[in-house]
Design a binder for this molecule. Structure first.
Ligand SMILES: CCc1ccc(NS(=O)(=O)O)cc1
Length: 309
């Protein structure tokens, strides 16, 4: 019988865009050195691959005329499929809308609700979101005013007198100030129900930039997790637009929990890719992307990153 020639190898599939780039923990420090060589050349290439992720998805609710004034930035809009929906008020059009999306973390696909810095006209909606979601923590990563520009409304009380935001009374119970952040315990009251919610405010992170030194972010994440262990309730995270600094914080929080769980690999690219499917521009700048890696290298090198007492 004549032998048949082996089948020709299948043509290689077109290079589908990658969704993950895992790195072995044992190789991570060397990986960082390679990526940062030649003025971060490989970091630039990798970060560029994330540019269009998620951008084809609709934002129709955000575009409704009734909702447009609720957006701090016209180009930072929540995707419909992952947006947080407030409980609608009667037949009021747009009453379920807030510029916020569910974003995955280490512990669940909806671990975080990421939102813009509240506007004066949306701060009552912000508190309604915190209440209705059952959140027990807010992470704020911007100052209210930076370089003379408003980045976020002052949406919580200045002192211990209760302030009403819609039908929710917010009272500051106590405050702990540190060089780079402030932690405030807030009491929320709605009708006969009371809840305590912790407010973690990082106060030294410049917009579009990174903390100085970058490892300050790892200390903050550690301090946050010491006082807010993961549970089933979502954490509200915001900065000014709710994309750059918020995405950077969540990525590092997720990666540090993976390290603590003795993961063999870290996939920073895959984490940012997954987040950008849920909310636009999560981790906005290349320096923020590199900052995440720098914090992970510092942890792997065993640097003392203990949070202040
Ligand atoms: C152009 C809109 C915009 C403003 C600010 C930011 N930075 S932030 O998401 O870290 O607050 C990101 C985007």
């Amino acid at each position: 019988r004549t032998r048949q020639a082996p089948p020709a190898p299948a043509a290689p599939a077109p290079a589908a865009a990658r969704t993950s780039r895992p790195v072995r923990v044992a190789d991570f420090i060397d990986h960082y050195r390679l990526m940062s060589a030649d003025s971060d050349f490989r970091f630039s290439e990798e970060f560029e691959e994330l540019k269009h992720v998620g951008r084809e998805q609709p934002c129709s609710a955000a575009d409704l005329p009734v909702n447009r004034p609720k957006n701090r930035f016209t180009n930072i809009l929540p995707y419909d499929h992952s947006r947080y929906k407030l409980q609608p008020v009667d037949d009021e059009e747009g009453s379920d809308y807030i510029n916020a999306n569910y974003v995955p973390g280490h512990n669940s696909p909806r671990e975080f609700i990421v939102t813009q810095g509240p506007l004066h006209c949306t701060r009552d909606d912000f508190w309604r979101m915190c209440w209705e979601s059952g959140s027990r923590a807010i992470v704020m990563l911007t100052r209210c005013v930076e370089k003379g520009r408003e980045k976020c409304d002052r949406y919580w009380p200045y002192d211990t007198r209760p302030v009403y935001y819609g039908d929710i009374a917010v009272t500051a119970l106590n405050e702990s100030r540190y060089p780079d952040w402030t932690v405030t315990e807030l009491m929320l009251c709605r009708g006969a129900e009371q809840r305590v919610l912790k407010h973690f405010h990082f106060t030294t992170w410049p917009d579009f930039g990174v903390p100085d030194p970058p490892t300050t972010l790892a200390r903050f994440v550690r301090a946050f997790r010491e006082r807010c262990p993961a549970d089933a309730r979502p954490v509200v995270v915001h900065c000014s637009a709710g994309v750059g600094r918020s995405g950077t914080f969540i990525t590092l929080d997720t990666a540090l929990q993976q390290l603590a769980a003795h993961a063999d690999c870290l996939d920073v690219f895959g984490m940012v890719h997954a987040m950008r499917r849920e909310r636009v521009w999560m981790v906005q700048t290349e320096q923020q992307y590199i900052c995440i890696h720098q914090c992970l290298v510092a942890v792997l090198e065993g640097q003392d990153l203990a949070a202040p007492p």
